[in-house]
Ligand binder design. Sequence first.
Ligand code: CP
Ligand code: NVA
Length: 306
Amino acid sequence: MTKRDFLCLANLSLDEARHVLSLAATLKAAPKGSHADELRGRAVAIVMEKASTRTRVSFEVGVAQLGGYPVVLSTQGSQLARGEPVFDTARVLSRYCDAIVYRTSETARLREMARAPVPVVNALSDDGHPVQVLCDLFTIEEALARRGDGRKLSELTVAWVGDGSSNMARSFVEAAGLFGFALRIAAPDGYRPPSDEVAAARGRVSLHVRPEDALRGAGAVNTDVWTSMGQESENEARLRAFAGWTVDESMLRAAEPDAFVLHCLPAHRGEEIDDETIEGPRSVVWDQAENRLHVQKALLCFLLGV
Ligand code: CP
Ligand code: NVA
């Protein structure tokens, strides 16, 4: 059987993505300890070349809850810091571990890791954060169901406000194409997603200059930091470019009155989102963070064929 990776959303068909989300709902609803054998005897390497709280802990706990053994490595403290080639690391890890979860910068490094003969999961790279976005879609559908809203995800308009060139925004573009929802992105000049990626979403993505235009009719509103990890030297320029782009209650007036507010976290309150909004009744950010655990457990089960 050929191994399956999850480097981007396009690595799944819609049916497979739906299967993962439905398994995630089953795992979330199950009593603790009831799925403790799925990964029995298996080890999963979690390799972090950038900081992480949610991704690292949710994968580590998730693997343990499924009866597997998580092994966490960071650059510092492993031979990656001393320049060991990624492909060498990949081959060695695959002799001990059954899957590799990898957070890195350039896609080239991710592809090198994916040359391992075991499944590799992108835990964030410069080009995407697909596990996060899969969890975000789960969170939106869960929130719709919880309030008895009969709409499907494909009937919803999702807005993205802020850095449209970020890894998060780019995975949302892919998700719009795969799941068929309308994604309206408002981003300043120079911060739009690559046009070939927008084109690949088959008309599901529209680009806007003013946040209000993207928010019109939106049932879910999403944003992310203006300066992502690795872009710290651009911070001043980014603060200038995004001045006035804070998602706040006044901006949200353009969206549906009960639009869900999402943020993958960590948030810079007062920059891309204000305190009142992230703590407000429309915010689903804490469920969003929790759902990392359930969706990633389901994803690992799918990729490992258990
Ligand atoms: N959202 C997310 O990936 O968070 P961490 O950087 O803490 O893993
Ligand atoms: N765009 C952010 C996401 C963090 C989870 C970053 O890459 O830093």
